[in-house]
Design a protein around this ligand. Structure first.
Ligand SMILES: Nc1ccn([C@@H]2O[C@H](COP(=O)(O)OP(=O)(O)OP(=O)(O)O)[C@@H](O)[C@H]2O)c(=O)n1
Ligand SMILES: C[C@](O)(CO)[C@H](O)COP(=O)(O)O
Length: 231
């Protein structure tokens, strides 16, 4: 049975958490590594569960850890846990298949964005509720961007004014995300990419610096610092 958070909510949040965390270095699967003494996944789920619109949370865990993840999350929030896949896209598809009837808005989040504030969950969901079929949180690109060839020789400078760094949660009308995953081919790095392939317009809303993706050891150290130094 699928666990329910707020029966009056209209949002299901999928949390792919089955990645290895190769770029973080050797250790447990990334979502289970500790940040200030608690797994990244616990931080992420706690913040999602604090968003009032959330009806259902479905986590895609490493296949070998489904039971321990279920036990770990029981005191945090009512959550459904399914085994993830070999690629992020497969993990999202597995979680999507477990969403019960009810929520018509589906957000896809990363366990690795463990400090994402509940307000960002709400603002992405609100934009879908306002009529947008696909919504992504973004930040401006702050560095100068160069295009290079295979020998790392610079080919040119890219106009960064039209570039955005994309975060999660990404929000979708449920039927749109279902259709995009049904039609999916080779794995893409985000769900908006699948929806774009269907010709559905994707709109941007302001992201949050706290929604950084913990990818490399520096990010983990930064997140640890932020946790202890932000209100
Ligand atoms: N097969 C996979 C791969 C990734 N993810 C999840 O997708 C999110 C974003 O992926 P990323 O941060 O790139 O995590 P990893 O794939 O674990 O990182 P790496 O590429 O360094 O191994 C993470 O929450 C990760 O757990 C997943 O559920 N299933
Ligand atoms: C979904 C995502 O977090 C949006 O920025 C990102 O695309 C995940 O990419 P990764 O290659 O799995 O880190």
């Amino acid at each position: 049975m699928t666990a329910q958070l707020n029966p009056r909510g209209d949002v299901a949040v999928l949390v792919p958490a089955a990645g290895a965390g190769v770029r973080l270095g050797p250790g447990a699967p990334k979502a289970l590594r500790l940040l200030a003494g608690e797994p990244l996944l616990v931080h992420a789920v706690r913040r999602i569960a604090a968003a009032p619109s959330v009806h259902t949370i479905v986590v895609a865990a490493p296949a070998a850890d489904v039971e321990s993840v279920r036990a770990m999350l029981t005191p945090v929030a009512p959550v459904t846990v399914v085994p993830g896949g070999a690629e992020r896209q497969a993990s999202v598809a597995a979680a999507l298949a477990a969403v019960p009837a009810g929520p018509e808005i589906v957000l896809v989040h990363d366990a690795a964005r463990a400090l994402t504030p509940p307000d960002l969950v709400e603002s992405v969901a609100a934009a879908v509720r306002d009529g947008h079929d696909a919504v992504i949180p973004v930040l401006p690109v702050v560095d100068t961007i160069k295009e290079v060839d295979a020998a790392e020789q610079v080919l040119g400078t890219v106009d960064r004014s039209a570039l955005r760094a994309v975060q999660t949660p990404q929000g979708f009308r449920r039927s749109v995300l279902d259709a995009a995953h049904e039609a999916a081919g080779d794995p893409l790095t985000d769900d908006a990419g699948l929806v774009e392939k269907q010709g559905v317009p994707v709109v941007c809303v302001p992201g949050s610096e706290l929604a950084l993706k913990i990818t490399r050891p520096f990010d983990l150290a930064l997140a640890e610092h932020l946790l202890t130094h932000t209100p």
